[in-house]
Design a protein around this ligand. Structure first.
Ligand code: PLP
Length: 449
């Protein structure tokens, strides 16, 4: 098989369209090699750029650590920044989540959490517990196992032979209730659906359950109602299933609280976090876990070994300590809550005059909108119109980066996330929504009447 003659050396996502070449970033903005300016209203991959681009304090902390000690392997040495970071992280984590380990990306951390859960059950003699339960319309990473745990059929399709075959709990999608429009709102039937799944596979086979507190790209901004995660917590406890909150996107202030799950009274057994934790300066992810899990490992005198080369990388630890310091010093969690309210006010105001805006949802600075052809019937726009692709390009042409997500049924439909860096001001939020309104006007001009 020969490669097409035109294949670029660096394979980008879409071979038909050359992406702009980014050369500089500062605060909430990025500039390309032709001098065009963009507002990074989706923090890169939804929630990476927490404290903004180009913060020299972080660059200095990384440089200092690179000069002092760039790398040691975690099976050979501890290092002071790793110890300090673990302590700093758990101070922010809820309740009994007092232990942390470190990897590079979200997918790695999700898989580490799954292995940690399985190992925890083995140490207690519960050898049959291995299954990982999750929801439709969720995303937990791109590596083969994490991809199978998630629920994005279009991303899974080419790798179907490797995907998990465990049935999935239905999504929590208040705008399009999975039990149909006539279903009483809201009796938490979608939370109870976890019982159905457990019943089908047998509780004895289930090790853990993983969910994003508020869904990111797989179901932009899907936000369960009050009581939802309390019910999930109850079900997991009753069946000795560990509850993992996947906060790769929602962690570190994104939703107006340090962790997204804190909007509910439901302490998980583990939190997986990445992205905003190191603000994009060096890749870093973490699994934060409970005293109870830690006690089982120390009682058995067994370490938990995931064994990746770049576990607890000193440069990533230096970056994250600097980033967390800035989040604390500048009150960025509180800023996300306050500016998030303004963002939602502005989006809802826009929806009053914009007929395509069917639903606006999310929390804090994790806002999402769904476009529809008819607001009364919630009918999606025709797929042949390629509205997601068009609006993404039109917004970029207006200097606005927003994040496209999966459609209303996972495939058909048009949804986006707006998730700017946590440092945004009220004026920045106004500018973001103004540019979005212009892009939507451009879209109307393009669509057939
Ligand atoms: N979990 C969630 C909720 C995510 O959104 C992502 C990535 O977007 C991941 C896990 C995987 O993280 P990574 O891409 O860093 O491997």
């Amino acid at each position: 098989m020969t490669a097409p003659a035109t294949a670029p050396t660096w394979l980008q996502q879409d071979l038909r369209h050359q992406l702009p070449e980014a050369v500089r970033g500062e605060a909430i903005r990025i500039w390309d090699s032709e001098g065009r300016e963009y507002i990074d209203a989706c923090s890169g991959a939804i929630s990476v750029i927490s404290i903004g681009h180009g913060v020299s304090e972080v660059a200095e902390a990384i440089g200092e650590q690179a000069r002092t000690l760039a790398y040691v392997h975690s099976t050979q040495f501890r290092h002071p920044l790793g110890e300090e970071l673990a302590g700093r992280i758990v101070r922010h984590a809820p309740g009994s989540l007092n232990h942390a380990c470190f990897y590079s990306g979200g997918s790695e951390a999700v898989e580490a959490a799954v292995k940690l859960a399985r190992h925890y059950h083995l140490l207690q003699g519960h050898d049959s517990k291995y299954r990982v339960l999750s929801r439709r319309r969720s995303y937990h990473g791109a590596t083969l196992f994490a991809l199978g745990v998630g629920g994005v059929p279009s991303r899974q399709a080419p790798y179907a032979p490797y995907m998990s075959t465990t049935p999935k709990q239905v999504e929590c999608y208040p705008y399009r209730c999975p039990f149909g429009p006539g279903h009483p709102c809201c009796d938490l039937a979608c939370a109870d659906d976890l019982e159905r799944v457990i019943g089908e596979v047998g509780a004895d086979s289930v090790s853990c359950y993983i969910a994003e507190p508020i869904v990111a790209a797989a179901g932009p901004g899907l936000t369960p109602p009050p009581g939802y995660y309390e019910r999930i917590r109850e079900i997991c406890r009753a069946h000795e299933i560990l509850f993992i909150s996947d906060e790769v996107v929602t962690g570190w202030g994104r939703t107006g609280k340090t962790f997204g799950i804190e909007h509910w009274d439901a302490e998980p057994d583990m939190i997986v976090s990445a992205k905003g934790l190191s603000g994009g300066y060096v890749p870093l992810s973490t699994v934060i876990f409970s005293d109870e899990i830690a006690a089982v490992f120390s009682g058995a005198n067994t370490p938990f070994l995931h064994n990746l080369t770049y576990e607890a990388h000193p440069l990533a630890a230096a970056a994250a300590l600097a980033v967390i310091g800035i989040i604390e010093r500048d009150g960025l969690v509180e800023n996300a809550a306050a500016q998030g309210e303004h963002l939602f006010d502005r989006l809802r105001l826009l929806a009053e005059t914009e007929p395509l805006l069917g639903d606006v949802r999310g929390k804090g600075l994790l806002a999402a909108f769904e476009l529809v052809a008819d607001r009364r019937t919630k009918r999606p726009l025709e797929q042949t119109l390629s509205v997601t692709k068009r609006l993404h390009a039109l917004a970029r042409a207006r200097g606005l980066m927003i994040y496209p997500g999966a459609g209303g049924d996972g495939i058909v439909g048009d949804q986006f996330l707006i998730s700017p860096p946590l440092i945004v001001t009220r004026e920045d939020v106004d500018l973001i929504v103004d540019r979005l309104a212009l892009a939507l006007a451009d879209l109307h001009a393009e669509l057939p009447r």
